[in-house]
Design a protein around this ligand. Sequence first.
Ligand SMILES: NC(=O)C1=CN([C@@H]2O[C@H](COP(=O)(O)OP(=O)(O)OC[C@H]3O[C@@H](n4cnc5c(N)ncnc54)[C@H](OP(=O)(O)O)[C@@H]3O)[C@@H](O)[C@H]2O)C=CC1
Ligand SMILES: O=C(O)CCC(=O)C(=O)O
Length: 489
Amino acid sequence: MTATDVKLKTYLNYINGEWSASETEETGTSYNPANKDEIVGFYQLSSSNDFDQAATSARAAQKEWQKLSGNVKGDYFLKAASILEERIDDVATTMTKEMGKTFPEAKGETARGVAILRYYAGEGMRSNGDVIPSSDSGALMFTSRAPVGVVGIVTPWNFPVAIPLWKMAPALIYGNTVVIKPASETAITCAKVIECLHDAGIPSGVVNMVTGKGSVIGQDIVEHPEINGISFTGSNAVGKQLAHTAVSRGIKYQLEMGGKNPVIVANDANLDLAVEATISGGLKSTGQKCTATSRVIVQNDVYDKFKEKLLKKVEEITVGDGLEEGTWMGPLVSEKQLNTVLDYIEIGKEEGAKLLFGGNKPSSSNAAIGHYVEPTVFEDVSPNMRIAREEIFGPVLALMKVDTLEEALNMANDSEYGLSASIFTTKISNMLSFMEDMDAGMVRINAESAGVELQAPFGGMKQSSSHSREQGRAAMEFYTNTKTVFVKG
Ligand SMILES: NC(=O)C1=CN([C@@H]2O[C@H](COP(=O)(O)OP(=O)(O)OC[C@H]3O[C@@H](n4cnc5c(N)ncnc54)[C@H](OP(=O)(O)O)[C@@H]3O)[C@@H](O)[C@H]2O)C=CC1
Ligand SMILES: O=C(O)CCC(=O)C(=O)O
């Protein structure tokens, strides 16, 4: 569809169980990054008043929702999961159209969303405390968990189904109600996820979605007096800004932010495996994952062979519209992201890194209509270069050569980030020292740096997160407060 097509759908806010337009009567436009003239639809550019209504309705619904038993809450998730599964092609198509990742990747992510709902449906039936022997033999002492209350959720565009769900589902199952503000680029995909919860019959006010500018609604979400906790994924700058306000209000916060994830390729590595994983980890989703591989630290003896194999595979990558069969890598999400990536490529060249492959917008005529960039590989990258230190969030790999594994590990740790890290090696002693000495929340051996499992804790060290963990049972720590109960007859 084009800008002149009047049948495009306008998506509404979801407040107190109803779809409603913003009082501003203004909408934002969601464009397809594969074809920047194509409009996907419109979303509400909401006001602080709209947000206030959402927060108030979440507050009003919270106590009653909390009182429902875990299996009753979980039943809503099971219904929503089945609905999302039925709509998987539509949701995945919308995701590809809004943010560019290929349709198979978008479908995989939507299936992950279904699995997240099913996993947390069961969470309501699992234990949530410990019995602790009291020093008083006539007393019973145990811990239980209380919800935080109303949780604000701010999500990015790179995982528009999985991230909203891996934040909302645990928040809800532990008895909180939520207001979500999705990234503007992928507001429509999020609206389609919320539709599944609505159609599953989730009670009014339990889930609310307000779309609009981050600087307005994102700020409201942390400042509003009804909000008791905030979970955020996105840039370090915005995350820290939200954290400052959260601290000044004394509310809980959880941040997942950047990464500069290394992969180490040891002399004894299976090189074919290492090449596959470097490409998949670094270039899938066009490198727009906080877990994406960006620094490739290779030992001297295998450097040339690894480089040759890597370049051969990178040359085969097909760049194009993610909805077209045969496309391996889609466009970047937006013109802003494209400019950021192209700027970093220039910075890399100016800093003296050697460009081995890519570095430009593809030359085909189709590429001119989208935010495309070639997969890009640099070598002779030194640890002080900005392309080795700063998150690029694009398909750019920096090759770095080392003599010893000790040097590799030091280089891998020489970063302000610590989200994910991989090593490719066949030697147990190398694996053990990597597990022990790598400062990252996700330490992966003979596996790519990206790709998280929904049942395991996820989060980073250093500047990558607020030192909390999401997903799996670890989510309980953020979305609940511990109560220590002492009972004496
Ligand atoms: N860790 C990760 O997974 C992600 C990391 N990033 C990193 O951040 C860079 C910039 O991406 P960008 O999308 O601009 O990231 P942002 O941090 O700006 O966006 C993430 C979310 O925060 C919202 N937001 C923006 N400004 C504010 C604000 N002042 N107060 C509260 N919320 C706000 C956004 O809303 P809106 O969309 O309306 O602006 C969006 O919902 C990327 O290049 C990448 O390096 C980005 C996305 C995900
Ligand atoms: O690697 C993944 O599957 C998740 C990555 C992620 O959470 C992110 O990029 O924000």
